[in-house]
Design a protein around this ligand. Sequence first.
Ligand SMILES: [Zn+2]
Length: 317
Amino acid sequence: MPPRSFLAFVLLLISPVPPLTQPLLAQEALPRTPYGQFRKVAVNTGERSRLTVKKNWLGKRRPTHTVPILVLAGHADSQRISPGTRGYAVAVNGARPMQPGITDETFWNLATAKRIAKLGRQRGLNIRFYDPGVRTIHNGDDPRTNWSQGKRHAQAGGYALEIHYDAYGRDGLGSGVIPRVYGGQTVIDEHLAREFGSFPWDFRGVLGAPKRGITILEVGKLEGDLENKLRNPATRDAALNTIADRVVTTMAKALGVPQSFFQVPSLPPLSPSPGTTVAAQQSPLPPQVAVPPPIQSTPSTHRKTSTQGATGAATRL
Ligand SMILES: [Zn+2]
């Protein structure tokens, strides 16, 4: 070995190893459930969409894992037009609505969408929630509506997800994804469909949201264990965590967000203030590690509201 090479060799040996690989190695030592103070409770979201067997699409587009994700609450801008389901508790049992002036579905859509954005940000997704603020906007193409915001977001290359709860009883079809049509279906849609169930892309002749590039997620029918755990003040916070965790984890896996970055530190009990966000929130994200993960299925099903609530035929979806 010539002296100069030898010197280089020695220098190599004595130089400290750069800690570049540390995060990857560290992830092996992570606890399986790194949730800390993050309370969860078992929530049964019920049957999956009966139309899952009719899935006629395949989400192949793969956004980068820094893709801006916009979360919307279904019916948050259409209360007197397409209000969403009142839910079993109110419509059948005569319970008081969660909040006067909006359907229980809308109430839970808002709470769930906010929680998804909050949890997602904590875990490294580039995600934000948009609230139109005004609960009835008659013109669907008004720039403040979910439709308009979601469309703009999709046109700019982002991913938009609108949260819904399905009708109770026979009107509901169960949980599942109605994937965006504009922009094409992505791996996020695909993974959410495996987790929650799915609908054909042309469900009801292509709904307004998917047509504009917004994927709809029906969490489950607003009844039974799902509705009870949400309504019960003792389990509400944990139930929202459980649902949000499922959605966020599924999206992160779809995007291949490395697990070492994908953790929940400790989530304090939700203060009802995550509020409206309009500017995208950027989270530092790690280099891509493509890990196509097996998605676990959880029982559930779905269908669009028709007879429930004061809903007319034209459900704005
Ligand atoms: Zn809905």
